[in-house]
Write a protein that binds this ligand. Structure first.
Ligand SMILES: NC(=O)c1ccc[n+]([C@@H]2O[C@H](COP(=O)([O-])OP(=O)(O)OC[C@H]3O[C@@H](n4cnc5c(N)ncnc54)[C@H](OP(=O)(O)O)[C@@H]3O)[C@@H](O)[C@H]2O)c1
Length: 288
């Protein structure tokens, strides 16, 4: 209930109002997986503008464009987050070169819009590995550093598709649903800091956005631009920055219809089925 109220009332605040809440010490070090493109790149730009942020560290398969790396606050490490040994090596290098990180953003993701029977084992495994297991492992590998920094934040970029699951996105939706569950469990663990001897709590932020204007779902057209407008990655990343600075929100469901999905889900037939039918969610992912 608390989470629901938070998302409702949080949705009515402007970014400026949210930013008025107390923040956060200086010398923040932000780690962003998949920070070279799309939403991750916008997060890289937004966090690197903050005076309180000392370093933005990108883990990705390709570096961002040179103009981004020209900013001395930004650095890039090649890392496939599905390769645990590589991840552990990169973690050691990062801690040696920059010290503990204070904000972890699990953002890297991939998708593949296909019916279940058309997907091969490798495609299914890769989607689950990048979207779910990768985020899980990154969190585990960096948790000690987040604990030692203190007052740190873990952000999981999930998706509203982890809650409502269209027909042709089985693996992606399943992976995002796993990540939402992982996030909820992690949040409880972080709130009971005494169990893992944390001097201060780690804040968590769950993001469940609808469609964002990036390359990931560029072939999918939204059925209703009125009720489900595409999100601007720039605005979303500014929202995330405000939530981290304010330390006053636990989740962001955006755009507004995403706040209503948990309510609809709790209703019996026919409401949920009507929502599925009239939202056109299955039709828009029927690309073949
Ligand atoms: N786009 C949407 O409509 C939407 C909606 C809801 C939630 N989301 C979520 O938002 C997050 C960002 O999505 P986006 O739209 O910004 O996607 P994007 O533009 O495709 O960016 C994703 C980034 O993750 C990187 N990546 C992929 N696999 C990786 C791996 N194994 N290790 C490290 N980095 C890896 C990608 O690298 P390459 O480009 O080299 O593959 C890319 O730089 C994702 O978690 C996505 O699921 C997106």
């Amino acid at each position: 209930m608390g989470l629901l109220l938070d998302s409702y009332f949080g949705a009515f605040k402007t970014p400026k109002q949210r930013a008025l809440a107390p923040f956060i010490c200086k010398h923040q070090k932000v780690l962003i997986t998949g920070g070279s493109n799309g939403l991750g790149l916008c997060l890289t730009k937004s966090f690197s503008k903050l005076l309180t942020v000392e370093k933005v560290i990108i883990l990705d398969l390709e570096p961002p464009e040179d103009t981004i790396l020209a900013n001395e606050k930004v650095c890039f490490y090649f890392c496939d987050i599905t390769q645990v040994e590589m991840l552990k090596q990169v973690q050691k290098r990062i801690v040696r070169e920059h010290g503990d990180i204070s904000i972890l953003i699990n953002n890297a993701g991939i998708t593949n819009i296909k019916p279940l029977l058309s997907m091969d084992d490798a495609e299914i495994t890769r989607i689950l590995q990048v979207n779910f297991l990768g985020a899980y492992m990154v969190t585990q590998v960096f948790l000690d550093n987040l604990i030692s920094f203190g007052d740190s934040t873990i952000i999981n970029i999930c998706s509203i598709l982890g809650v409502i699951s269209p027909a042709n996105l089985t693996a992606y939706c399943a992976a995002k649903a796993c990540l939402i569950s992982f996030h909820k469990s992690l949040k409880l663990l972080m709130e009971h800091s005494e169990t893992i001897h944390m001097p201060r709590k780690i804040k968590t932020l769950l993001l469940c956005p609808g469609k964002i204007r990036t390359k990931m779902f560029e072939d999918v057209s939204t059925p209703s631009t009125l009720f489900a407008p595409d999100l601007s990655p720039e605005e979303l990343s500014e929202d995330i920055v405000c939530a981290v600075e304010g330390r006053n929100r636990e989740q962001i469901l955006s755009p507004y219809y995403a706040n209503l999905v948990p309510l609809f889900q709790r209703l019996e037939w026919p409401y949920w089925r009507l929502l599925k039918k009239y939202s056109g969610m299955n039709e828009v992912t029927n690309l073949n």
